[in-house]
Design a protein around this ligand. Sequence first.
Ligand SMILES: Cc1cc2nc3c(=O)[nH]c(=O)nc-3n(C[C@H](O)[C@H](O)[C@H](O)COP(=O)(O)O)c2cc1C
Length: 340
Amino acid sequence: MCARHLDKLWHKGKEFLNVPYPIMCGAMTWVSEHNLVSIVSENGAFGVLAAGNMPPETIAEEIKLTRQKTAKPFAVNLITIAPNYHQHLDLVCDMKVPYVIFAGSFPHSHEIKRVKSCGIKTVCFASADSIAQRMMEFGTDALILEGSEAGGHIGPVSSMVLLQQVLFKIKNIPVFVAGGIATGKMIAHLLLMGASGCQLGTRFVMSDECKAHPDFKEMFRKAKARDAVATPQFDSTLPVVPVRAIKNEGTARFEKLQFELLQKIQTGAITKKDAQFEVEKFWVGALRKAVIEGDVKNGSVMAGQSVGLVNEIKPIKDIITELVTDAETEVGLLIKRLED
Ligand SMILES: Cc1cc2nc3c(=O)[nH]c(=O)nc-3n(C[C@H](O)[C@H](O)[C@H](O)COP(=O)(O)O)c2cc1C
């Protein structure tokens, strides 16, 4: 596959991830298991294992299985607010995985330093400019700049603003852009803006190899961009990280849970911390229900607004080829336009 122009544009991302195509298949809890991850990496892009809320032994097994299937680079995505997070951290250090991506909330600087001291490259999410700055001060090796149109847990700021606030300013470390990306054409324009690569989630759910339940994929196929909505926060007493998912009865159930927890906090029946834990437990359980059991009515069908751009299930190899070819074509067309 010809990527002559792209090779110049995404050089930094290629070097950092040590792959031919710095396109990351973002970690998706219950979705990003060893099979999907290894196939993405084997096809020249970059796979990310989702640790989610898994018991440490399960993640260890997933890392082992990924390594059996590919010698190519991959990352493990750790959720810093997961109950087993500290065990997950010990595990990735012991197993010396090549890359760790911190998600959920934000890692402490000593955690980033510890992971780096094991020879592991670190990546942090940035969903606002102040967070990007803080993560750089903490020593992260790269950033994922994720706009609020992304699927799953999201930040407060849209990509359009983050690109101007962060991407246009950061030059010293690679920045990968995520949220709302489903086409090679878009990847080309983000590279021209200075991105070192991109991260896509929703687009990779719609692959043959993705193990999500057929009903989960069917819901993606039918959904329009406007169907992927972010959950509201009703009261600052119970801070809720918004989640973007396709609207269904599960979304309504979450709203009810929020009201119940708020009442319990007010009467002292539950602490704020435990209530927040209940919220996270809800999402992990609800996502499993939809992804694994196919209960897309009551479960959480997390998806980005990019769901409106994908309506076909394809093999991973074809998705990556299409993204790279379309991106290369777009850059070629732009060069031609400028020369004419
Ligand atoms: C079903 C689903 C589950 C996700 N789970 C995680 C996760 O466990 N950890 C994480 O860092 N991001 C998670 N994400 C976000 C993706 O890694 C990625 O950044 C996002 O999907 C990009 O936006 P897009 O869906 O518009 O491509 C999830 C996204 C989806 C759709």
